[in-house]
Design a protein around this ligand. Structure first.
Ligand SMILES: *[C@@H]1O[C@H](CO)[C@@H](O)[C@H](O)[C@H]1NC(C)=O
Ligand SMILES: *[C@@H]1O[C@H](CO)[C@@H](O)[C@H](O)[C@H]1NC(C)=O
Ligand SMILES: *[C@@H]1O[C@H](CO)[C@@H](O)[C@H](O)[C@H]1NC(C)=O
Ligand SMILES: *[C@@H]1O[C@H](CO)[C@@H](O)[C@H](O)[C@H]1NC(C)=O
Ligand SMILES: *[C@@H]1O[C@H](CO)[C@@H](O)[C@H](O)[C@H]1NC(C)=O
Length: 521
């Protein structure tokens, strides 16, 4: 036992010593939660002796040694974005506004961070050599050029369940009948309209984005990725097909099981591995809430002031009548104007609050990280989805019986009161969430170790192209077997025609024979 332990220790040390690689993480985008989620992985890689260089707008305080941070200087107006996101999804939004958003506003954002002077300086002047480049897949395909610049294999971090625009490069399955686009408002089993809409978004991604979106990103690449040697680089599509591995921030094991190609690896739950601090005022408030408390938080992307005024009034009125205390994420810590049972602040240690034994229900926008945290803490949910994957997160949670999915745009006091009462009193919610929580925790190894393993795996083998399935090299007519179908039809029609003519000929022959015999009779 002891010897084993020492052996493992020495082996560990050995593994640490032999591999110290230079890793570039290039994630200059303003999508905070996408990048902050993966920070534990980046820090862990540094702790294991790799030399990390990271281009990111979200630096860590007190970075470890060998963790160089390059911080872009551009300004991103997140308040305007919050108002933009806070709109009810009508048919116009679903069919027109959202697809257009993907190829306009998201392209403008890519332009914004790629043209940033700090980012430009890094791209043009950095002369280091890297063994691995990590980029983010969320509407910034142009960044793959850095793999070419450094002649290094690429890993892509994927902030939600991979959708068509990400899956296509590795021929990862996207069957529209049951694999949801991350924006789809659908549960585990899709009904007719959900499948219809999923097919619409899927086909849009496959056939319209290559005309409306990808050329724009290729233009950005050609404008802002002009390092020495860029003249000889392959096309953006070729480089995207050459990505070695995709690390996915999603837990479809529990939300909606689906197939993945060998180079798609889910690494959920980094966010529940850190413990935060809790201030004394809050600690006392939580401990004092002996009848339990309700926790309200709409996440970091949405500004709570964007919630429609009437809905906000409904929320506060109903919560003020509750015998429970309320922890309310607001824009500051000023309780003036809030009912007496409220605690408000602009930042709250979510994991600690959810883990507190007095926490009864979580009122959330249904962001994926919040969902995983609340499943881990076994606290049931009332959800008000607003954008992105929140609709399907909450619908699936509702299917599992751990949540009630509501609507912030059409909320009334009666509805909210009914839902709140139901989640607070019906035992089935907490029973279901306990089960789901146990399933979620039951993994062969912690996600962080899984992620580190795969990153080092790609470095050890100078890429992971052996994981790439042959489908990537097929044209789509080959992939969907259109050539085979045409061929079979051709042979079949040839056969049918031949039979037809043979029968026709035989009929005539027999007829002639008969008439000949009749004549001769
Ligand atoms: C940082 O890198 C240097 C040079 O490779 C190495 O000697 C040192 O041990 C590294 N430090 C850590 C904490 O890994
Ligand atoms: C580590 O990365 C930094 C920043 O890119 C670089 O200056 C330094 O030379 C690297 N260290 C080693 C040992 O490669
Ligand atoms: C694919 O990546 C490898 C390095 O991992 C590189 O040698 C090769 O040139 C790349 N091919 C394309 C088409 O980008
Ligand atoms: C949210 O919006 C309010 C007013 O619209 C503003 O005063 C506040 O600073 C915003 N909060 C954040 C975190 O952006
Ligand atoms: C409220 O926030 C301000 C500044 O952010 C701080 O100085 C003050 O101590 C806080 N008040 C309470 C009661 O926490």
């Amino acid at each position: 036992m002891k010897i084993n332990f020492i052996l493992i220790f020495i082996l560990n040390l050995y593994v640490r010593v032999i591999r110290s690689s230079n890793i570039l993480i290039f994630t200059p985008s303003p999508w905070r939660s996408h990048i902050v989620y993966f920070q534990p992985l980046f820090l862990e890689l540094a702790n294991r002796g790799h030399n990390i260089t990271i281009v990111s707008k979200f630096p860590v305080k007190n970075p470890p040694q060998n963790y160089t941070q390059v911080i872009p200087s551009y300004h991103f107006d997140s308040n305007r974005r919050s108002d933009l996101l806070m709109q009810d999804r009508d048919l116009y939004y679903l069919f027109v506004a959202d697809p257009v958003l993907r190829s306009t506003i998201l392209v403008d954002t890519a332009n914004l961070f790629m043209s940033d002077s700090v980012v430009q300086k890094f791209i043009n002047e950095d002369r280091s050599s890297f063994d691995l480049v990590i980029v983010e897949s969320f509407f910034q395909e142009c960044t793959v050029a850095l793999g070419h610049k450094y002649g290094a294999p690429l890993i892509s971090i994927v902030p939600v369940a991979p959708w068509v625009s990400v899956s296509r490069w590795s021929a990862n399955p996207s069957d529209f009948s049951y694999i949801k686009d991350f924006m789809l408002d659908g549960g585990k089993l899709l009904n007719f309209w959900e499948r219809f809409f999923n097919t619409y978004i899927g086909l849009y991604g496959l056939f319209v984005e290559p005309i409306t979106y990808l050329p724009k990103l290729e233009d950005i690449m050609n404008t802002y990725m002009r390092y020495p040697g860029h003249e000889t680089r392959p096309t953006m599509a070729e480089m995207l097909q050459n990505i070695s591995l995709n690390l996915i921030d999603s837990d479809l094991m529990i939300l909606s099981p689906r197939p993945y190609m060998p180079n798609f690896i889910e690494v959920p739950g980094f966010n529940i591995q850190q413990d935060g601090k809790i201030n004394q005022r809050l600690q006392e408030f939580l401990d004092g809430a002996t009848t339990g408390f309700i926790y309200f938080n709409f996440g970091t992307v949405l500004n709570v002031t964007s919630i429609p005024k009437s809905s906000m009034r409904v929320l506060i009125n109903v919560l003020s009548r509750s015998k429970h205390k309320v922890i309310f994420k607001w824009i500051n810590n000023n309780t003036e104007g809030f009912p007496v049972n409220f605690y408000v602040d602009k930042w709250l240690p979510q994991r600690e609050i959810l883990k507190h034994p007095h926490c009864k229900v979580f009122i959330t926008h249904g962001g994926f990280h919040s969902l995983i945290e609340t499943i881990d803490a076994e606290v049931p949910i009332i959800g008000f989805p607003v954008f992105g994957d929140q609709y399907q997160n909450l619908k699936t949670s509702q299917d599992y019986g751990i949540a009630i999915k509501s609507n912030i745009f059409t909320l009334t006091e009666e509805l909210f009161e009914r839902d709140l009462k139901s989640v607070l009193t019906d035992q089935k919610f907490s029973e279901n969430i306990k089960k789901l929580s146990a399933i979620r925790r039951d993994r062969p190894m912690p996600s962080l170790d899984t992620a580190v393993f795969w990153v080092e795996y790609v470095i050890r083998h100078g890429g992971a192209h052996h994981l790439r399935i042959a489908a990537v090299d097929l044209t789509w007519s080959q992939y969907y077997l259109l050539d085979i179908i045409v061929f079979v039809f051709f042979i079949l029609s040839l056969f049918i025609c031949t039979c037809y003519f043979i029968i026709k000929w035989m009929k005539r022959f027999i007829f002639n024979l008969l008439t000949y015999e009749q004549k001769n009779d």
